[in-house]
Design a protein around this ligand. Structure first.
Ligand SMILES: Cc1cc2nc3c(=O)[nH]c(=O)nc-3n(C[C@H](O)[C@H](O)[C@H](O)COP(=O)(O)OP(=O)(O)OC[C@H]3O[C@@H](n4cnc5c(N)ncnc54)[C@H](O)[C@@H]3O)c2cc1C
Length: 492
């Protein structure tokens, strides 16, 4: 019998798992994919928002502003890269200026700090290559690698006693007198006193298994283009956003400098039929390019290395006429001890630490009078990545371990030592996607063309995996069947 079962190991479920491990509880996380951060939490902009885009007196505003404040210390504890890149939201017309002033007012109401309105000259000082007459300048906006953060939260929760059952898709939930029985597609049966539904796009489906909510999630796809780190050099330092469109679907196609040195262009915002439809479409990619060029004309001659998509969990449909629906984060009044988190769309990454605290402290711990886990250790060490080490540090490592001298991923200069650390991760994930998210290998110009065979060799030789077992991610995604898929299509 578990005390808490968390369904979904995205950034929200993993943050809740870590908060739960601060109490004396038996906690398990069920995840349908073969790793954490395989859903929306791996496919977003990675921006930690200041909080001026969301209406005041909403859960979105509360969790966004509070969550942002937690990040510097949290990333320190979890050994997660964090860059306070700052942000400008750029407009060109008098109408844009009016909208920016409105956003600034909204930001003040939400208690956002470090916001100012700047003019063309000030824009040029901050971002010499960006075109714009007026802008909001946000000093507190930052970026993280969303999958790195999710992995770190999960690893720290695991270190503090939380179990993770991957590749287990929840298929049914039955309520008995005072506990729930959860069944999965792998014939696991979990008994638990409390359920936390943080299944992202599928949170409506999980809620419907206990009739605890009739809310429906509508997927809105966001497509991205990635600029190679060499091409991205010296283009921008801050995140550059346009004045957001008024349809409530997203914040507009923006430019985001990433921790790994790339620039992301996107996301678009289109309602799609299927929650898992993360295809990229040539029409939208063309729109991304032209919108990006209008913000930063120098992008005209830039080449893109890859495209990807993530789907938003909207709580309104395309033709509803609605533009805003707040997060649902509550114990259901129809199913006791069943906590629903539905519609956790942007700024869900920024909000995750605050949502997790709210769920554990204000909903669960208060009601169940929980005792703190005095042995909770907040520190997690990530793998050492050569990219962030000095030459001296790398030389020292090489003296002790010659694997630091063997390059496996040529585009991103990633060594065998890094790949081995990733393979030996605490959650025991052995997929190519798992290695990719942990090391940044397979993410450069050749998208794995050079390093996938070498990584496969390491998996077979060092840990004795059968070549047939090497997979991209899910059980059915065997490497030899999915090679073309995995390296992706070249984006012209
Ligand atoms: C295009 C885009 C850009 C964004 N940009 C930003 C940004 O810059 N900043 C920001 O703050 N936010 C951003 N967001 C929002 C942010 O990414 C999400 O709010 C956040 O990732 C949601 O996390 P989650 O854990 O709720 O969902 P997910 O990451 O989707 O996790 C849910 C998990 O549940 C699992 N699951 C589903 N069904 C089952 C089942 N039956 N059994 C077991 N497991 C199941 C899934 O596999 C998944 O791993 C963006 C979102 C999108 C789509």
């Amino acid at each position: 019998m578990y005390d808490i079962c968390i369904i979904g190991a995205g950034v929200v479920g993993s943050a809740i798992a870590r908060e739960a491990s601060k109490y004396n509880l038996k906690t398990i996380v069920l995840e349908k994919e073969s790793d954490v951060a395989e859903g929306t939490s791996k496919a977003n902009s990675g921006v930690l928002h200041a909080g001026f885009n969301v209406p005041p007196n909403t859960l979105k505003a509360k969790f966004n502003v509070e969550g942002l404040d937690y990040f510097p210390a949290l990333c320190d504890e979890l050994d997660v890269h964090y860059a306070n890149c700052k942000k400008i939201v750029v407009g060109n017309t008098k109408e844009d200026l009016k909208y920016l002033q409105k956003l600034l007012e909204q930001g003040k109401k939400n208690n956002c700090k470090g916001l100012s309105l700047i003019d063309e000259k000030q824009i040029k000082n901050i971002e010499p290559k960006v075109k714009g007459k007026y802008a909001i300048y946000s000093e507190k906006t930052a970026v993280v690698l969303p999958y790195e953060l999710t992995i770190a939260l999960a690893e720290n929760a695991h270190k503090n006693g939380v179990e993770f059952l991957l590749e287990n898709e929840v298929t049914s939930i039955e309520k008995s007198n005072n506990y729930y029985t959860i069944k999965t597609n792998k014939n696991s049966s979990i008994e638990t006193k409390i359920v936390v539904n943080s299944a992202g796009l599928y949170s409506d489906k999980i809620a419907s298994m206990t009739n605890s909510s009739d809310k429906k999630v509508y997927p809105v796809r966001g497509e991205y283009l990635i600029i190679d780190s060499d091409e991205a050099k010296n283009l921008i330092n801050t995140a550059v956003y346009p004045v957001p469109p008024s349809d409530g679907k997203g914040l507009g196609i923006h430019l985001t400098p990433t921790i790994n040195g790339n620039i992301l262009i996107g996301p678009s915002a289109d309602f799609v039929q299927e929650k898992d439809d993360v295809e990229n479409t040539s029409d939208v990619l063309e729109i991304l390019k032209s919108e990006a060029i209008s913000l930063l004309p120098e992008l005209k001659n830039t080449k893109f290395i890859k495209s990807y998509s993530g789907n938003r969990t909207k709580l309104f449909s395309e033709n509803s006429g609605e533009k805003f629906v707040d997060y649902i984060v509550e114990e259901s009044d129809k199913a006791e001890n069943f906590i629903n988190l539905i519609g956790i769309e942007s700024p869900g990454l920024t909000s995750a630490p605050a949502i997790a605290r709210f769920v554990m402290e204000d909903i669960i711990a208060k009601k169940h009078k929980l005792k703190k886990n005095t042995k909770f250790d907040p520190i997690r060490k990530g793998i050492k990545r050569g990219k962030f080490l000095s030459q001296n540090e790398k030389n020292e490592l090489y003296k002790k371990d010659k694997n630091w001298g063997e390059i496996i991923c040529r585009c991103e200069q990633i060594t065998k030592a890094e790949i081995l650390q990733a393979i030996n991760n605490p959650l025991n994930v052995k997929t190519l996607n798992g290695i990719k998210k942990r090391t940044h290998s397979m993410m450069g110009r050749c998208q794995g063309g050079f390093c996938i065979p070498k990584i496969s060799e390491i998996l077979t030789e060092e840990i004795g995996m059968n070549p047939d077992e090497i997979r991209k991610s899910r059980a059915e995604g065997k490497l030899y069947e999915r090679y073309e898929d995995f390296i992706g299509e070249e984006v012209k």
